[in-house]
Ligand binder design. Structure first.
Ligand code: SF4
Ligand code: SF4
Length: 279
């Protein structure tokens, strides 16, 4: 028996909305009994994209986070349903029975990920099914089929040779938000963390300091990482956790400089001026 799972690599997602559109195309006006009733044209996004803007001018980044039903192993929606209207299949997929769930609005409120939508016309809670009707025909979910950048990986966790198994075994994945409590079957890579960035300038000539060494040291861990400024004098350390850091700037012929940062949100240090060493 397969154990279906998905890995979403946020760092690969370009926000093209192909997955979003393909999902709408597959489910709008289409019934797939006994798994799902037709999705309305508006208001439901079984595969959604959450846009996360990071930083402030002049250093702004955007991440797109695909969000869908996490097919939780410990699913609050299953517990909230009456008459077995929401159930978990042996292959791990959580199904909202489109007949038994009629009138059960409490199922919508039970999901901590807010990925169940209320169909007012049908009085029905609805969500992603991992395209279970396609799996039965040996196909993978529509969103995964159409993703042009390989950000969505789908497969069998029980098959150690599957890509999802290998990625999950690498222990680099993490759950989204409340996930760990509900044991999701959707795993994430590259979820946005915090960054420290800035621009280094040779103060004596007011020019971009290309090739300056920048060393970031975590105050609590003592661990350091290094980078060099680019030809605009810019540098960036991304994927950081909150905490206190020191950032040291060094370049031959200039006085070293250290800036301390208490990192709580993404931080651009602005222009860091290096002073010439007087001989
Ligand atoms: S993400 Fe929400 S809808 Fe999906 S299984 Fe978990 S609790 Fe249920
Ligand atoms: S299709 Fe792929 S790249 Fe495009 S938005 Fe969806 S996950 Fe991102």
């Amino acid at each position: 028996m397969a154990k279906w799972a998905m890995v979403i690599d946020v760092s690969r997602c370009t926000g093209c909305y192909c997955c979003f559109t393909a999902c709408k195309d597959e489910y709008w006006d289409n019934d797939y009994p006994p798994y799902s009733a037709a999705q309305p044209r508006h208001g439901q996004f079984w595969m959604d994209l959450v846009k996360k803007e990071r930083g402030t001018y002049p250093w702004v980044k955007v991440a797109y986070i695909p969000v869908l039903c996490m097919q939780c192993d410990n699913a609050p929606c299953v517990k909230a349903a009456k008459n077995g209207a929401v159930y978990k299949r042996p292959d791990g997929i959580v199904i909202i029975d489109p007949e038994k769930a009629v009138g059960q609005r409490q199922i919508v409120d039970a999901c901590p990920y807010h990925v169940i939508f209320w169909n007012e016309e049908k009085q029905l809670p609805q969500k992603c099914t991992f395209c279970v009707h396609m799996l039965a025909k040996g196909k993978i979910p529509k969103c995964v089929q159409v993703c042009p950048s390989g950000a969505l990986v789908f497969g069998d966790l029980d098959d150690p040779k599957s890509d999802v198994s290998k990625i999950v075994a690498s222990k680099k994945t993490e759950a989204l938000n409340h996930g760990r409590k509900t044991k999701p079957r959707v795993y994430y890579l590259g979820l946005p963390k915090l960054f420290i960035a800035g621009s280094v300038v040779f103060g004596d000539v007011d020019e971009c300091a290309e090739g300056a060494r920048v060393t970031l040291t975590g105050q609590s861990t003592g661990k350091s990482i290094e980078t060099l400024t680019n030809n605009f004098g810019d540098f960036e350390f991304d994927g950081l956790g909150a905490g206190e850091y020191s950032v040291k700037f060094e370049c031959k012929g200039y006085k070293a400089k250290t800036v301390n940062v208490d990192l709580k949100t993404d931080k651009h240090l602005g222009v860091v001026n290096l002073a010439r060493v007087r001989s």
